[in-house]
Ligand binder design. Structure first.
Ligand SMILES: [Zn+2]
Length: 359
């Protein structure tokens, strides 16, 4: 546990749900943990006892990526944790594969002609997931490689691998239901007889939905509020002049309106209290990174690739490099939009950012 983590509190200690099992974290709210084959090796999902259209059953928040191991774990849960009741609806916090991957499978498996098991999520994320899962039009591939090249990533091996990754999203998210129910900021859902309010967040996904239950003093934070790692905040090829870091920092300030003793259920890591402390830590983290980037750009104009070693001193694999590039661009853009950096395109086609020298 690092210094910052010690400032947070983990009321469940080292308890983790075993594969195919749940841990009840509040009345009717159950924690499920599934393995992921990535550096980030797990995701938390939440199973909520519910009643919908007169039927008793379950609502799930997030799904895991599509793969056989995850489906097998779901089958185990249907048998052991569902108490013979059906899945009534699937809420998805945002469109990243670990969250939406199996939504199509779950909705199809539990829908009947009379009773659909509906996907509920924000419109922005729903539509982007549809585009991504359609394949050819998706993310990665040549356009992503060109975008990273313009930001200074020129190593041919990485470029070739990024080009090959066009099928990455549809592999993990093979289907997205053709119909959904739209969630918007401020919407109040009744889940298990209690009110849960949707809180939209930006900067990590187009429109991430967190869910707050005042009665249970519980926040399903998704990826917007993680205890140990900082949420990925990246610029992507589809929106090359985006300023997601400002959006993210503004979004997490919304959590300061919630009671300080709120138990936060994050998508990665353990349930924690210390929400306001965590918001302050994340501001401090990004302010420190921004100061380093600004400093580096004072001595010479820098591309995003140039500042990777500053932001990420450890060696990165390709998957991490693409995330890191997106993060580096996000930090440069925050300073650019703030007027502290200027952006130039050099004769070699690379975008570099320059700070006016201190006088
Ligand atoms: Zn995410």
């Amino acid at each position: 546990m690092n210094e910052l983590e010690r400032q947070l509190h983990y009321p469940l200690g080292d308890t983790l749900p075993a594969p195919g099992r749940t841990v009840e974290v509040a009345p009717g709210v159950h924690w499920v943990r599934m393995a992921l084959p990535f550096a980030l090796d797990h995701i938390n999902l939440w199973l909520l006892r519910d009643e919908l259209d007169g039927r008793t059953g379950w609502t799930v928040v997030d799904c895991c990526i599509s793969r056989d191991e995850a489906k097998a774990q779901w089958e185990q849960l249907f048998a052991s944790a569902f108490e013979g009741l059906p899945l009534l609806r699937v809420i998805v916090t945002h469109m990243h594969p670990d969250h939406i991957g199996l939504a199509g499978w779950l909705c199809e498996r539990w829908s009947t002609p009379a009773q659909p098991c509906r996907l509920w999520m924000s419109a922005a994320d729903y539509h982007l997931a549809r585009i991504g899962s359609a394949g050819s039009n998706g993310f990665g591939g040549d356009a992503a490689a060109l975008f990273f090249a313009a930001h200074g990533l020129r190593d041919p091996v990485s470029m070739a691998k990024i080009r090959e990754r066009a099928s990455y999203y549809p592999t993990l998210v093979p289907t997205v239901p053709r119909q959904y129910r739209r969630l918007m900021d401020g919407d109040v859902l009744t889940i298990g007889g209690r009110s849960w309010r949707c809180i939209s967040g930006y900067g990590h996904a187009p429109e991430h939905i967190a869910l707050h239950c005042a009665e249970l003093r519980l926040l399903i934070g998704g990826d917007m509020m993680l205890p140990r790692i900082s949420t990925n905040v990246s610029v992507f090829e589809m929106e090359p002049e985006a300023n997601p870091l400002r959006l993210f920092l503004r979004s997490i300030d919304r959590f300061l309106e919630l009671p300080a003793d709120t138990l936060t259920l994050p998508s990665h890591g353990k349930p924690f209290t210390g929400l306001h402390t965590r918001v302050a830590q994340l501001h401090a983290h990004h302010q420190a990174r921004l100061a380093e980037v600004l400093q580096a750009c004072r001595s010479a104009p820098r591309s995003a690739a140039d500042i990777l070693p500053i932001l990420f001193p450890r060696p990165l694999d390709l998957h991490q490099t693409t995330f890191a590039m997106g993060e580096a661009i996000a930090h440069l853009h925050a300073l650019w939009f703030d007027g502290q950096l200027q952006r130039l395109q050099d004769d070699d086609g690379v975008l570099r950012f320059r700070a006016p020298a201190l006088s």
